[in-house]
Design a protein around this ligand. Structure first.
Ligand SMILES: [Mg+2]
Ligand SMILES: [Zn+2]
Length: 279
């Protein structure tokens, strides 16, 4: 039997696992884009999402409506197989996201991959007694981080904590947004950061790559996410392949056979909103 790889893979959620921003998606699907845009200048994003959920509840929209909207989020067809393969290889998978727990769990359960993840670090999201979805900040008190992290969540703090509790593991971190820059800076030389090319985290890393100690591998879409992730796992843990007597290309094709759970909308890369960017 192959040795279990000592690898932790940390995924951002929006525009990394799924191919849109889940907050924008739900607001758009439930017809509240104009209200969202008019309130955005008046409060932080995380507080606005809670306000939006209360507004939608007052308009008669139910948690079931939100759940239904989330089942049609776009996702590249290679992302679910990539996650299933990494999990099957024994990697410890986690999500660190500035979306919220309700959105993330709903999508991961719909995709049949909730069980692949050992932990989800994100803004709390829960349904209150009135049946209204409420969203709270991850960091209940302001964090002192000087990196461009949103006020409600410093992902670097999460990664720092993971590194200190699991120092013997090698980390792979995948993300796209401004909020994914801080955790990228926390990784060590032996770790790997996998930024989405031409997205904000890539731009920030490219400006001063010397600040990043981890090895950097870019990806553009779900197909490259799969290739880069599995290639990196096999580089960290070549014995994984030796012991199983399979090659990287066989690993890739094995991944292909793991069935994709497609969302009802199918895959459709899109940029629905030209809104201010969520972290
Ligand atoms: Mg993201
Ligand atoms: Zn930070």
């Amino acid at each position: 039997m192959a040795a279990r790889p000592k690898i932790v893979v940390v995924f951002d959620f929006d525009k990394t696992i799924i191919d849109c921003d889940s907050d924008n998606w739900v607001v758009d699907e439930l017809g509240a884009t104009d209200l969202f845009n008019s309130l955005l200048p008046t409060m932080p994003w995380n507080a606005l999402m809670d306000t939006m959920m209360r507004e939608l509840h007052a308009q008669g929209k139910t948690v079931e409506d939100i759940r239904k909207a989330l089942t049609s989020v776009p996702i590249h067809p290679r992302v679910v197989p990539a996650i299933k393969t990494a999990h099957a290889l024994g990697c410890d998978l986690k999500v660190v996201s500035d979306a919220n727990l309700f959105f993330i769990e709903t999508v991961l359960e719909h995709l049949g991959i909730r069980e692949c993840f050992s932990e989800i670090y994100t803004n709390p999201g829960f349904v209150d007694r009135q049946g209204c979805l409420r969203i709270q900040p991850f960091n209940s008190s302001p964090h002192a981080c000087a990196n461009p992290c949103p006020p409600n969540m410093c992902k670097g703090g999460v990664v720092e904590k993971l590194l200190s509790t699991l120092p013997e593991k090698m980390f792979i971190f995948l993300g796209d947004g401004v909020g994914d820059y801080c955790p990228s800076l926390k990784l060590r030389e032996e770790d790997h950061v996998v930024p989405r090319k031409d997205f904000p985290v890539w731009d920030l890393i490219s400006k001063t790559p010397i600040l990043v100690k981890a090895k950097i591998h870019a990806w553009t879409d779900g197909k490259e996410l799969e290739q880069t992730l599995l290639q990196t796992i096999s580089e960290i843990c070549p014995s994984l392949l030796d012991d199983e007597d399979i090659s990287f290309s066989q690993l890739m094709s094995a991944g292909c056979e793991l069935q994709t759970v497609s969302t009802s909308a199918g895959y459709e890369p899109l940029n629905r909103t030209a809104l201010p960017m969520h972290h």
